[in-house]
Design a protein around this ligand. Structure first.
Ligand code: CMC
Length: 427
């Protein structure tokens, strides 16, 4: 590509620099556009806008490639652990054994939450959605950990990052326990990050809980698959909230709120609910027809992606993990067969082929998570738990970016022009 983009507007000929990253599309630097032309760009949904520079995650949606700090997601999911990926995202390089040990111990030391937080939980209704609880409790952390809210102090930023990653499994498990009316379990720091989470969720104080290593590995891999995903809606929300200087706990709570939506992290819950509604393979054609019908708002949940126009590489790992979990637990789920057949039919249907709609990470995750024992309402909570690593890494990157400014998009105003106030008696 050239090193300048030319724009002709209201008789002016303007040039804008073209910036190249290490891989991926070039970007046109339009920062001076408004000052020079008095015009904005219009890009709802940011489909053509790069909001920042980042070294964390690269996605090639056409090829179905996802890299964290250069490493393919498939290799990380197969060979590394969630703690390693967290270290990688935060620090830029894979840790050596000593670095990993130290990082693991640091995270482990922060797994407990302030005892008063348990009281905070009790203010929620028992039937509250765990995402509502998660959002509220994570936001409330800023009321408990004042010593890590100064974003200008690098040491406080590190402590806040570690606290968020470490406490998220504890809070997520507490949200679950609260909803089923069981007592909270304190963390057991002799266990792995993921093993500890499984015990806090499924264990009870009355009995010892043994972590199943196959399930622990599967869960850890699911966490890896969700750890980061470039400038998606919730990550952009975290960055936007953080751009005002808001404290990290408030920013992550904002990210959780955004993630909950069914077009984003809520799709895993919606995908399993959809498979349940379809129920049996003979009903698939009816749902495919509905998904294609412009007058029906129904969409195939777990299908399609803003960036991937090819198979989501995370869905490939997820499908393999379903088989491993089923083999270990000696279970099958007829919904898995419905999912497999639905995928096959959709991938051969011209509507889905032309629009490049493929299964995404959420298509198979619900089947595994429900086999492990999670209720659907917990699915997005698990996504949030894992994505906290990415949010925190992206937030840190933003704070230290010399180009960072408060995020403040503009608009194309279509409302009434100026008019005079009409008193109530005259209306
Ligand atoms: N089922 C049927 N049609 C679809 C689907 C679907 N799942 N997804 C997109 N389309 C159609 C859509 O109707 C549109 O058709 P047309 O061009 O004729 O108007 C076309 O494909 C493009 O869709 P879009 O909504 O303009 O694309 P987008 O990039 O704005 O949306 C998406 C991406 C993920 C929101 C969308 O594909 C969707 O709603 N999928 C279902 C929800 C889902 O699985 N979300 C999880 C995303 S992965 C996890 C995460 O990152 O959070």
């Amino acid at each position: 590509m050239t090193d300048a983009a030319k724009l002709s507007l209201t008789g002016k000929e303007l040039e804008y620099p073209v910036m190249s990253g290490t891989i991926g599309p070039d970007v046109i630097d339009i920062r001076k556009l408004y000052a020079q032309t008095d015009a904005f760009t219009y890009d709802p949904g940011f489909t053509s806008t790069a909001s920042c520079q980042s070294k964390l995650t690269y996605i090639d949606g056409d090829q179905g490639i996802l890299l964290h700090r250069g490493y393919p997601i498939g290799e990380l999911a197969e060979q590394s652990s969630f703690m390693e990926v967290a270290y990688l995202l935060l620090n830029g390089e894979l840790p050596d054994a000593d670095q990993l040990g130290t990082f693991d111990r640091t995270i482990t030391r922060h797994t407990m939450v302030h005892e008063q937080l348990a009281t905070f939980f009790r203010g929620f209704r028992r039937d509250a959605h765990p995402m509502a609880i998660l959002c509220g409790v994570v936001g409330a952390l800023s009321a408990f950990y004042h010593d890590s809210t100064d974003i200008h102090d690098p040491a406080q930023r590190v402590i806040a990052s570690h606290r968020l990653i470490a406490k998220m499994p504890t809070i997520a498990a507490m949200a679950y326990k609260y909803s089923v009316g069981q007592p909270f379990l304190y963390p057991d720091n002799s266990l792995s990050y993921t093993g500890n989470f499984l015990r806090m969720t499924f264990g009870v104080p009355a009995e010892p809980y043994e972590v199943n290593p196959v399930i622990e590995r599967a869960m850890d891999r699911i966490f890896i698959l969700h750890a980061d995903h470039e400038q998606n809606a919730s990550t952009s929300t975290v960055r936007l909230a953080g751009s005002s200087g808001a404290n990290p706990f408030a920013c992550i709570a904002a990210g959780i709120a955004c993630l909950w939506g069914p077009a984003h992290g809520g799709a895993n819950e919606a995908a399993l609910n959809m498979l349940r509604e379809i129920g049996t393979p003979d009903r698939i054609p009816e749902y495919i027809a509905r998904a294609k019908d412009k007058n029906d708002p129904f969409r195939l949940m777990g299908f399609g992606h803003r960036v991937y126009k090819n198979y989501d590489p995370r869905a490939t790992v997820m499908q393999k993990t379903v088989r491993e979990v089923f083999a270990e637990l000696k279970v099958t789920d007829p919904l898995f067969d419905v999912a497999l057949q639905l995928e096959e039919i959709a991938l051969n249907d011209p509507y889905f082929v032309e629009k490049k709609l493929f299964p995404n990470v959420d298509f198979y995750s619900g089947v595994i998570l429900s086999a492990i024992g999670f209720p659907t309402s917990m699915f997005t909570v698990l996504f949030a738990l894992a994505r906290t690593v990415g949010w925190v890494a992206q937030w840190n990157e933003m704070i230290t970016d010399p180009d960072q400014k408060i995020g403040r998009p503009r608009q194309l105003y279509n409302g009434p022009t100026q008019r005079s106030y009409v008193p109530l008696t005259e209306r």
